[in-house]
Design a protein around this ligand. Structure first.
Ligand code: SAM
Length: 213
């Protein structure tokens, strides 16, 4: 997802240092200190405009959420929603998810989410996919042993690639859906912006894995 440059994004981000982190590596091992309460920590990579993480945080005040997003003009929109929501259990980080194992200490994260990650369809770009083995290695480091990663996509190619990648990495599959919106789990599903926009075009795939200990 590419969006037009927003000139207000940078100064707005700089004006909200309590909600969005620019020196993320400095917080490794002490993310709890950035939240009102010490409680389980969930991480979403590639939050886009933040609909999912903000709705999850509203439904789950007993959980702290961290959202990572690469693009300044996109995370600024999520930040605006976060400010309006007045939630105290969300922190945003403008950075590359590839750095995740430098931002968190081993086992600091209780659960992870990847929603509608960029598919990078060309084979030569496969390593950029957020479900490629290098990324999985970093996720395993920061996730507590045996804890879950949830992955949703509407992209069949990325879904098929990810199934193989998760399998080759040796993860446990806890749940697989070939059509989330036509399954009982839909009742608890929190939609992302992308999902709301594109789910009429075809099925939404979902996989929940954990890393074997
Ligand atoms: N998750 C949102 C949704 O479902 O509406 C956004 C989906 S959009 C297709 C993918 C998002 O992931 C984009 O906003 C993109 O900037 C972000 N992204 C892609 N690669 C990333 C990376 N390595 N680290 C952090 N964010 C990334």
């Amino acid at each position: 997802m590419r969006v037009r440059h927003k000139s207000w994004a940078k100064p707005y981000i700089e004006s909200q240092p309590t909600l969005i982190v620019t020196d993320a590596e400095a917080w490794a091992g002490k993310w709890d200190q950035r939240f009102a309460k010490k409680q389980p920590l969930h991480l979403e990579i590639g939050i886009g405009k933040g609909q999912f993480i903000i709705e999850m945080a509203k439904r789950h005040p007993e959980i702290n959420f961290i959202g990572i997003e690469l693009q300044e003009s996109v995370i600024a929109v999520a930040l605006r929603k976060l400010v309006e929501s007045q939630l105290t259990n969300v922190q945003l980080v403008e950075t590359d998810g590839a750095l995740v194992n430098t931002l968190f200490r081993a086992g600091e994260i209780d659960k992870m989410y990847l929603n509608f990650s960029d598919p990078w369809p060309k084979k030569r770009h496969a390593k950029r996919r957020l479900t490629s083995s290098t990324f999985l290695g970093s996720y395993r480091e920061v996730l507590k042993d045996g804890h879950q990663l949830e992955f949703k996509t509407d992209n069949r190619g990325l879904f098929e690639y990810s199934l193989i990648s998760f399998n080759q990495f040796g993860t446990n599959f806890e749940y697989v859906s070939l059509d989330l919106h036509d399954s009982p789990e839909q009742a608890d599903n929190v939609e992302t912006e992308y999902e709301a926009k594109f789910s009429q075009n075809g099925p939404i795939y979902k996989i929940v894995i954990n890393f074997k200990t």
